[in-house]
Design a binder for this molecule. Sequence first.
Ligand SMILES: [Zn+2]
Length: 280
Amino acid sequence: MKELAAGVYVETAYQGANVGFISTEEGAVLVDAPMIPSEAWRWLRRVARISQSGLAFLINTDYHGDHVLGNSFFAASIIAHENTWRELKNHGDALLQRYIEEYKEKDPQVAADLAEARIALPEISILDGITLHKGSRTIEVLFLGGHTPGSIGVYVPDGRVLFAGDVVVTGRHPNLAQAQSQQWVEALARIRAMPVDIIVPGHGEPTDVSAIEPLILYIQEVRQRVRELYDGGASRREAVEKVRTAMIERYPVPVEEREIVATQIRASIERVYEEVRRGE
Ligand SMILES: [Zn+2]
């Protein structure tokens, strides 16, 4: 766990997404929850040791399992975007079930622990944003979009820290499988203009605004390549093959993750192909 600014913490070592919290005199404001139950319990203990006044809020930066599966382990009001609330209300149980099945082979103990979890829905849903005033701190929750229709950021002005969720990732391919790619580029441009010293990505090590430009270029390049292939009459499968070959070496991928990453990049390109086909 690292303290990025006074009372602003991040942990990048758990499975799944990064998690963080902002300490206030009126409780901790958590950003995402560890997806593995044993890690969620450990995180809860670590937060409790620093934040003597309990938990205030838990903010989900999007509706993907690696951000929300641990929700039920934290006794805090959950804040998320309206689209995250809707996605979890309609498909949350199926999401949890999918993870339980996946872990039955990978790690039966995790599967058994997950079977005791439940999908805790956000109590407070937002559209454009909301400002939290807790103790002497102000925390801004703002809609970003792009990565998913429910992607939000958590901005701590007095520490100049932005938790960007998966809208920013470092050292790995951005996941466009459910993206609106143009909106994503716009969200990144907005982040670049914010008074921010530290950006906490959804995955990877904390960074700063220098991480933004490469992401914009990556997304624009995928859009450009897919558009050219589509205009040239390429099928979706042809586009996937060609663009994946062009993009896969952009980030180092450990051998054991090659298959997962290749699948994810395929889903990203298919999504962009669909956008192009619809004229977006
Ligand atoms: Zn995500």
